[in-house]
Design a protein around this ligand. Sequence first.
Ligand code: MN
Ligand code: MN
Length: 364
Amino acid sequence: MANIQKVQDFLVEHSIDAALITNPDNIFYLTDFRSDPHERLLGVVVFKEKDPFIICPAMEVADVKAIGWNYDIIGYKDTDNAFAFLEQAITERISSFLLLAIEKQHLTVDRFEILQSRFPSLQFANLDEKLASCRLVKNEIELEHLRKAAELADYAIEVGCNEIAEGKTELEIVQAVETAVKQKGAEKMSFDTIIVSGTKTASPHGIPGERKIEKGDFILFDLGVVYKGYCSDITRTVSFGEPSEEKRKIYETVKKAQQAAIDVVRPGTLAKEVDLAARSVIEEAGYGELFPHRIGHGLGISVHEYPSLTGTNDMPLEKGMVFTIEPGIYDPSITGVRIEDDLYVTEDGVEVLTKFPKDLKVIG
Ligand code: MN
Ligand code: MN
């Protein structure tokens, strides 16, 4: 439970009495306990000086024990008031309870108001930044899981390409890809799979549907899997039939931009320099207006986490960070193209975790 210690150190450093962590991704990071509690309360409470406890639905107590949690577990039934249990467990452990660290980006207003009503004099501190920065740098075990997740994502693209055929719908290909990766050990997809065709590729977050694939389409795959709790995220765009010259030019521009961004990644490079390296290639080719999003995002237990690679982020890259690089050009009258890889920052450069080839693939 080395990561719990990081939270405890933070509480000591800032004289905060306790922290309540309810974001399931953060709970997994701190305890190795992985659960989606839906609307039920699942929380880890860490104290400045006392041992932590987990509060969870009674039906999950055995699962918490199974991960090797050595501290107290407060289980409650659906007929119990979970917050009454939480209040009692906290007040049993500490007499002075003035300042509580919470995840402001995650805790709902409803729960915040319940806490306020149960502890009227309580003040709140924010734990989001601390946990996000703890999760920035991956250790060897995390890296192994991320490598495997990336390998499964490569396999998913390969399956997807092999499924392309005249008249097949986008959803039929989604189904085939997801079945295949689960057979290889993917626990679930890291987000809803995007497989879109034709001018639908011009929507960066397009939704697959019953559109039938036709010769001349570009087909965009954006997908990822979860392996042992860690996410991958890959995008490839392929051509079904010979592409027009304009489409090929768009593709080659995105490919060049992506490589330009990968080439600047090493410890010490600023996040914004990665974005600008790709953006300048796209701007020089005259497509600047058609690249409306940041170059990438961190990747780990969550499919979007720190670092955020925007054109204004001054954060220097460090060894151990994992993130995507995913430039795109989206012309609604022609096509969209995006190419996305997952990268790990090494001692002196970069390891690209996703390896599916990026030369324009022409199918059929
Ligand atoms: Mn993606
Ligand atoms: Mn992404």
